[in-house]
Write a protein that binds this ligand. Sequence first.
Ligand SMILES: NC(=O)c1ccc[n+]([C@@H]2O[C@H](COP(=O)([O-])OP(=O)(O)OC[C@H]3O[C@@H](n4cnc5c(N)ncnc54)[C@H](O)[C@@H]3O)[C@@H](O)[C@H]2O)c1
Ligand SMILES: O=C(O)[C@H](O)COP(=O)(O)O
Length: 387
Amino acid sequence: MYKYHCLNPIADIGLNNFTEDYTKIETAEGADALLVRSAVMHDMEFDKNLKAIGRAGAGVNNIPLDTCAEQGIVVFNTPGANANGVKELVIAGMLLASRDIIGGINWVQENEEDGNILKDAEKAKKQFAGCEIEGKKLGVIGLGAIGVLVANAAVHLGMEVYGYDPYLSVDAAWRLSRNIHHAKTVDELYKDCDYITIHVPAMDSTKGMIDKNAIGLMKDGVVILNYARNVLVDEEAVVDALVSGHVKNYVTDFPTPIVAGVKGAIITPHLGASTEESEDNCAKMAVAEVRNYLENGNIQHSVNYPDCDMGVKGENTRITLLHHNVPNMIGQFTKILADDNMNIADMTNKSKGEYAYTMIDIDSDVTDSVIEDLTKVKDVLRVRVIR
Ligand SMILES: NC(=O)c1ccc[n+]([C@@H]2O[C@H](COP(=O)([O-])OP(=O)(O)OC[C@H]3O[C@@H](n4cnc5c(N)ncnc54)[C@H](O)[C@@H]3O)[C@@H](O)[C@H]2O)c1
Ligand SMILES: O=C(O)[C@H](O)COP(=O)(O)O
């Protein structure tokens, strides 16, 4: 029997995939798994029983990944599950910045009592005129799940698209339209583009990436779009550039006190993934990942441990060990098992950075003393036995 708790509302279509072996509980205490969207978890104390966190979404900057890894808690996210929702909002953002659609709609609302509104609209409309995005240059920073979709959609809308991603995955490269120009440096993209959109994770290496210097390289009248995270952009520098007119619009999904209400800022309240489809996709994927880990020990789409898969657990007893990625761990595990005359039927070991994961199938049960000995091995962070 497993217990899970949701720190944010998670779509029922995903939660319904938990079987009768799972109980939803109202607090995090005693939970085997937590499901979360953007709730900030940095100050949370984690229960000893907690084994997995499923982030129903992409960004994991709300979760203390290293603390979790050290406590033997595997954190999952749902790559690509909300990418289309964000892509559509980015396209909407570009259109909102290009034509004063919001100003026009507001004018109609303000003049709703005007009996001559149809005629007066013809006089008023010139103040809301804008430009088209076809033929304009779009720079996409970060060509992952979202960046690729945005870049390809923009090509279909007739834009000239430049992409920058020094860590482009092979999978993303296959999905990227051949019409996209490869920007070798981000500065090249800053200098040439009329619209610049950023789709990278918030990490130490990306925080403040669009700063005063970057903005200084950009064309006059540039539109910057940020549907990734507010911390990627130096917002003070953006506000200065909006006031001076160097940046025409800052289109973002993150309403911070610095940018909210500034003329030229077009801001939505973190709506990128808030579509029925994205919420359903994320919930289904997160629940499937958590279940696969709890029931089979398999890790897929983890952000703090290596992916590792030994298939569905069969008749054998499965021992899983989360540990530091240091020498001689497997030697110690196999010795403990051999000393107790246990036969290994199957085994795998994977590592990712400082952490590693070992899965061992045994064709008998495992004694408590073996579990205790495995737990005592230096650098072992968690031992689980799935019977
Ligand atoms: N507004 C929303 O609701 C919403 C929804 C989903 C995701 N997001 C944000 O968008 C981010 C991207 O999402 P995704 O699904 O495309 O993630 P992803 O992991 O698929 O793609 C991120 C890409 O950024 C690239 N990258 C990393 N560092 C870079 C750098 N310095 N320069 C250029 N590229 C770099 C990576 O190589 C990768 O291809 C998430 O981390 C999250 O913060 C926001
Ligand atoms: O990183 C993400 O997936 C998005 O920012 C969506 O966050 P949300 O699930 O809180 O809407």
